[in-house]
Design a binder for this molecule. Structure first.
Ligand code: FPP
Length: 251
């Protein structure tokens, strides 16, 4: 039986986030420069988008470039930016045909204007699609996102648009870059590292974490399906007891 058919369509995570890691090591193992790994990583991006669609995942968020990644060698940053832009432009029609909505999260001010302009065209083209929301985290850092949210909330308080008493989890949620997205149910990290690396810290409060040794350029649809299967076999309790969960049948 293939892996996809083993997935229970009633228990598919609504939001899957992926830390795509190991491109550099994958290239090094082959005696190639790091960017060779990034180029081969694009194929795995296509695989997970397809796999998410096939499995009925409605929200997929990929960590493509962190605020810390700006510290990498200039040539690598330049290649990564170009790769992101060309891949997403090349895939624009396909994304649209598959009813996929593209959006980006992160500090947009630090992105090269040409990259932002190109991405905005794809975002505009796909904005009314609703089969899958594909969010690319670009120049993203969770702490920066939280700082930005606090600044915007503070401005509203100073302008009397909001009172301190009104601040609750919903208000904070609504000021994050991810305000339109549900909480993350499943976070996947490839390459054997077991860290969160400043990705969606607020949003993963109750997420299941899946770590695999597979390096990102080797990651396939089946690896994604296996992560979903493992997720379905875990009991999510949200602080309740196992017995309480059995009676409410919550996932
Ligand atoms: C981590 O590997 C990967 C990245 C920083 C970049 C991910 C980007 C892509 C796969 C390019 C295309 C993306 C899209 C959305 C079209 P690493 O360089 O940190 O690897 P290492 O830990 O082995 O050094």
């Amino acid at each position: 039986m293939d892996i996809l058919s083993q997935i229970d369509s009633q228990k598919v995570p609504k939001h899957v986030a992926v830390i795509m890691d190991g491109n550099g090591r994958w290239a090094k193992l082959r005696g190639k420069p790091r960017v060779f790994g990034h180029k081969n990583g694009v194929k795995s991006v296509r695989e997970v988008i397809d796999a998410a669609g096939n499995a009925g995942v409605k929200t997929l968020t990929l960590y493509a470039f962190s605020t810390e990644n700006w510290k990498r060698p200039k040539a690598e940053v330049k290649t990564l930016m170009a790769l992101l832009l060309t891949s997403l432009k090349k895939e624009a029609k396909e994304l649209n045909k598959n009813n996929i909505k593209l959006q980006i999260i992160g500090n947009q001010e630090s992105l090269p204007k040409s990259v932002l302009k190109g991405l905005n065209k794809v975002i505009e083209l796909t904005k009314n699609n609703d089969a899958l929301t594909l969010t690319i985290a670009l120049s993203y850092g969770s702490r920066e996102e939280i700082v930005n949210a606090i600044k915007n909330i503070s401005k509203k308080i100073v302008n009397n648009q909001l009172s301190i008493e009104e601040i609750d989890e919903n208000i904070i949620n609504n000021h994050l870059y991810t305000f339109t997205l549900p909480d993350v149910d499943l976070m996947i990290r490839t390459s054997g590292e077991k860290r969160i690396s400043n990705f969606l810290l607020w949003q993963i409060a109750y997420a299941e974490l899946h770590f695999t040794d597979v390096l990102w350029p080797d990651f396939t649809k089946n690896d994604f399906y296996n992560a979903l299967l493992e997720y379905q076999n875990r009991e999510r309790r949200f602080g309740k007891t196992g017995e309480q969960i059995e009676t409410t049948n919550e996932i």
